[in-house]
Design a protein. Structure first.
Length: 325
C-alpha cells in the first residue's frame, strides 16, 4: 500500500464519524469503541438499557459504511437454522433432476446485528461461534464462507433478566470488546428530544466501502508497538489470573483470569485506536483506555466480590494501578 493510499484511507475516518453523528447524538466514546472493533477485525457486544439507540447506532454505521446489513432478532424460539440457513430440495423441471441447495441465512452479511442476543437458548447462541471465530459456517459437512469484512454487533439489556440466557464465557471471549452504553448527558438528551420529534430527517451518506475497511484492517496490523508496551500488555493480562498474580485485589476477589486472546485483543484495539487518531504508533494511553472494554468480560470475580458489590471494571482499575510500564 502506497503512502498516498494510506492518507486517502485515513482521510475518510473523520467524515465517517461525522456522518454517524448526524443521527447519533453524543456517545462519542461508544462510537470510538465500535469503530475500533471494526478496524481491528473483531466483534463487539453492546450493553445498555432500552432506548439508548443501540440498534440505531448499528443501522447508521451500516449506512455510513455501505456494508450489507442484516438484523437478527433473538427470541427464545429462534433455531440455529434461522441464523445460518438451511438446505432445500429443488427440482429441475426440464430434466426432473432433484438436488439440495443451501439457502443462506441472515448471518451472510458484512454487518450483522444480533439484537438481544441473550434472549435465545445456548443451542442457538452457539450457532454464532464458528462464524465469529473462523469467518465461515458449516452445514451438512460443507463450509460456506461469510462475506469479508464480517462484523457482528450484539446487544443485550442488563436490567431485564426474566427469560434470558446469560452468554457462556467461551462465547463472551469471542467478542473483542464489551461496550457499555450509559445515559446521555442533560444537553445531549435535550438535543435528542429536539431532533427526533420534528419533521427533519438526517440523511447518512456512505463514506467507506467494504474494500476500504479490509485495507484499513490490514493497515491496523502495521501500526508500531514498542517492546516495553508489549511487555506491559503481557504482564497486565497475566496479572488477571488469581493463581499466579501478585496483585492482592485479584488474589482476594478473582475467580478466573483472562487468556492470551485478551492480550491479542488489547494490542489490536490499541493499534486501531491509534490509527483512528492518525497515529502509527501505540501509546500507553491507548492501552489504558481500552483495557476496560477488553477485559471486563474476561475477568471473572468470586462470591466475595459479588457480596461487596465489586465489579469487573473495579478489578481492571486496580490492575491498571498495580501494573506499571
Amino acid at each position: 500500500m502506497t503512502e498516498q493510499e494510506v492518507h486517502r484511507l485515513l482521510a475518510k475516518l473523520p467524515p465517517l464519524k461525522e456522518e454517524i453523528a448526524k443521527v447519533i447524538v453524543g456517545q462519542s466514546e461508544v462510537l470510538d469503541e465500535v469503530l475500533v472493533a471494526l478496524l481491528a477485525g473483531g466483534h463487539a457486544l453492546l450493553e445498555g438499557v432500552p432506548g439508548l439507540a443501540k440498534t440505531l447506532l448499528v443501522r447508521t454505521l451500516a449506512a455510513a459504511t455501505d456494508m450489507s446489513f442484516r438484523r437478527i432478532q433473538f427470541t427464545p424460539d429462534l433455531m440455529p437454522t434461522d441464523i445460518l440457513g438451511t438446505e432445500v430440495l429443488e427440482e429441475d423441471h426440464g430434466t426432473g433432476h432433484r438436488s439440495f441447495k443451501f439457502n443462506e441465512g441472515p448471518i451472510f452479511a458484512s454487518l450483522v446485528l444480533a439484537d438481544e442476543i441473550n434472549r435465545t437458548p445456548p443451542k442457538t447462541q452457539a450457532a454464532l461461534l464458528e462464524a465469529m471465530q473462523e469467518g465461515h459456517v458449516t452445514y451438512a459437512g460443507q463450509e460456506h464462507a461469510l462475506p469479508k469484512p464480517f462484523f457482528l454487533l450484539a446487544t443485550q439489556n442488563p436490567i431485564e433478566q426474566a427469560g434470558t440466557y446469560p452468554l457462556p464465557e467461551a462465547q463472551l471471549d469471542r467478542f473483542l470488546l464489551y461496550v457499555r452504553i450509559s445515559y446521555p448527558s442533560e444537553q445531549e438528551e435535550l438535543a435528542v428530544l429536539s431532533g427526533t420529534t420534528g419533521t427533519a430527517r438526517a440523511e447518512v451518506k456512505p463514506v467507506l466501502g467494504s474494500a476500504d475497511i479490509r485495507q484499513l484492517q490490514q493497515l491496523v496490523r502495521q501500526v508500531s508497538l514498542s517492546p516495553e508496551l508489549l511487555d506491559f500488555v503481557n504482564r497486565l493480562v497475566r496479572a488477571t489470573r488469581p493463581a499466579t498474580t501478585q496483585v492482592k485485589f485479584i488474589q482476594d476477589y478473582g475467580r478466573w483470569g483472562a487468556g492470551p486472546r485478551a492480550g491479542q485483543a488489547l494490542i489490536l484495539c490499541a493499534k486501531a485506536r491509534a490509527l483512528l487518531q492518525g497515529r502509527f504508533a501505540v501509546t500507553i494511553d491507548d492501552l489504558r483506555t481500552l483495557a476496560p472494554p477488553v477485559l471486563r468480560h474476561r475477568v471473572l470475580l468470586n462470591f466475595n466480590a459479588e457480596a461487596e458489590n465489586i465489579t469487573a471494571d473495579d478489578a481492571v482499575a486496580e490492575l491498571l494501578k498495580a501494573v506499571a510500564v
